[in-house]
Write a protein that binds this ligand. Structure first.
Ligand SMILES: O=P(O)(O)OC[C@H]1O[C@](O)(COP(=O)(O)O)[C@@H](O)[C@@H]1O
Length: 516
């Protein structure tokens, strides 16, 4: 389809996973030209004010014409910018009109003017999360609502990262009691509950700070009647239930309608309200041992999850919780922040998975892993084998075969299990292999991980990076949580070839799948 010059393609994430529809509106080339002139004026002024007489600042303005998409400008010795820097969200090959400003800033000082060009070139500028999101929203305004939510999430993750660093570097509470194991255990338990509570509060405040979100704590897990914390420790026999935060956008988005307006946009496209569900600190019990932990989030179109949209306006925790009772296939965005040797924020907006590492010098998340792809095959399996006696025999047979080099590759797999899902899944994304939390008949008949705020968002991130996920029967992203935001599900996720091999075991001889 030929587009007139200057046409702008606006991306409208459709509700089905990863499929992006394109809508066109027309922008005048005059506007673009005026904008480029103002950018040029601003940059020249900055260059004049900040550069010495000998330095020169070169800014390259580049934009793709509607007839063909120009390659983003090469810079700094011909190394193309990271794909996540200037390219559109979609990997579509269809030509699009996007206005991309790439700044090649090379300043030559007198001492280096005679040296080779590479010696006088500044190190590549880091693409911060804010800039990356802004460049996406320039191309796809429909993502504006996700941008503001992501910016508040990144603010919370920075604070939580600092909090954990301080907590783990603080001296362990001295235990005077002779039974130091019990005391240490209690101290760790209290510390975990405190860390959970503080992380939940940090996240809630960051989200409320936007002024555009209603934030509630999800009702406690079914096995607890309150969200216990160190002020209110769980009675003996009751499990502790860390808070799960749900944020609901007060504004309507999308469509061509004036924002914040409910209903249908001018071009008959339904506007939407976002609802995000967060696990503020997954694996918090490991924090005192300086083992990695993580924040997990998933973002839905709230109204898609409700039969009666007026439910939302009640604003209470249970009605807002129902807005996120959706299968992972309905996610608009999902991600996690891993607090480990580095703090890395990995997320997807529906097409491609990208990683941003917290730069301690600037305290900014910078793009380090554009368009992450999970290896097609790994040689690591990750699961808690203490539950092996309760697992389905077919899964046990799979593990035995890959451990002993009897699988499809003929290589022996090794076992890695941190006990922090975010860390285990991130390693799986980076190195390949498989992460499993199966149902076990003794302890976790429904699986140990909650679907809405743990396994489904993680599966979505992996799946957008080329991975696969299942509950042992169907695609994990097609599993609809039942009546509780804390609903659990068995989960298996990882490299596509490993997952395909696993599924040949989970299907019984007559094609039946693994029982729950
Ligand atoms: O010790 P288990 O039963 O293997 O469970 C480990 C799992 O529990 C978790 O630590 C979650 O527990 P919390 O929700 O209490 O943080 C996951 O990160 C991890 O994968």
């Amino acid at each position: 389809m030929m587009r007139a010059a200057g046409e702008r393609v606006v991306l409208v994430p459709s509700r089905s996973r990863g499929v992006l529809r394109f809508w066109t509106t027309t922008t005048t080339t005059t506007m673009l030209f005026m904008m480029m002139l103002s950018i040029l004026a601003m940059t020249t002024t900055i260059a004049f004010m900040s550069s010495s007489a000998s330095s020169t600042t070169t800014m390259t303005l580049a934009w793709a014409s509607s007839s063909s998409r120009q390659r983003p400008g090469r810079r700094w010795g011909g190394v193309p910018p990271p794909r996540g820097d200037v390219g559109p969200l979609s990997s579509s090959s269809s030509p699009t009109t996007t206005t991309t400003t790439t700044e090649d800033v090379t300043s030559t000082s007198p001492s280096s003017s005679s040296s080779s060009p590479s010696a006088s070139v500044l190190p590549p500028r880091k693409v911060t999360l804010a800039r990356w999101l802004s460049s996406k929203v320039q191309d796809y305004p429909e993502l504006r609502d996700l941008e503001s939510l992501h910016l508040s999430i990144q603010m919370a993750c920075k604070t939580i990262s600092n909090l954990i660093t301080r907590t783990t570097s603080a001296a362990a509470p001295a235990s005077s009691s002779s039974s130091s194991v019990v005391a240490a255990g209690d101290a760790a338990d209290v510390s975990m509950r405190r860390l959970d509570r503080v992380s939940k509060n940090v996240l809630s405040n960051a989200l409320k700070f936007t002024g555009r979100l209603r934030v509630v704590e999800a009702p406690p897990r079914e096995e607890c009647d309150v969200n216990y914390d160190d002020d209110c420790p769980p009675p003996v026999g009751k499990s502790y239930s860390p808070g799960v935060v749900i944020a609901y956008a007060l504004d309507q988005y999308g469509g061509e309608a004036d924002h914040h307006q409910a209903g249908v946009g001018r071009n008959n496209r339904r506007t939407r309200r976002l609802a995000a569900c967060f696990d503020p600190l997954d694996g918090s019990g490991n924090a005192d041992a300086a083992i990695c932990t993580g924040t997990v989030f998933g973002i839905f179109d709230a109204d898609a999850g409700l039969n009666d949209q007026s439910e939302i306006d009640q604003g209470d925790a249970s009605s807002l919780s129902r807005s996120v009772l959706q299968p992972g296939s309905e996610l608009l965005a999902a991600g996690y922040c891993l607090y480990s040797s580095t703090t890395i924020l990995v997320f997807t907006l529906g097409d491609g998975t990208h990683g941003f590492t917290l730069d301690p010098t600037s305290n900014e998340f910078v793009l380090t892993h554009p368009n992450m792809r999970i290896p097609k095959r790994g040689n690591i399996y990750s699961c808690n084998e203490s539950y092996v006696d309760g697992w389905d025999g077919r899964f046990r047979e799979y593990l035995s075969d890959i451990k002993n080099g009897r699988g499809e590759t003929g290589r022996r797999y090794t076992q890695r299990y941190i006990g922090s899902m975010v860390g285990d899944v991130h390693r799986t994304l980076m190195y390949g292999g498989i992460f499993c939390c199966p149902a076990d008949s003794n302890v976790h008949p429904d699986g140990s991980l909650q679907l809405v705020y743990k396994s489904a968002p993680m599966a979505y991130v992996l799946e957008r990076a080329g991975g696969k996920a299942t509950d042992g029967r169907v695609d994990l992203l097609d599993v609809r949580p039942m009546d509780s935001v804390h609903a659990r599900s068995p989960c298996f996720m990882g490299s596509p070839e490993d997952m395909d091999e696993l599924m040949t075991y989970l299907k019984s001889d007559d094609g039946e799948v693994m029982s729950e």
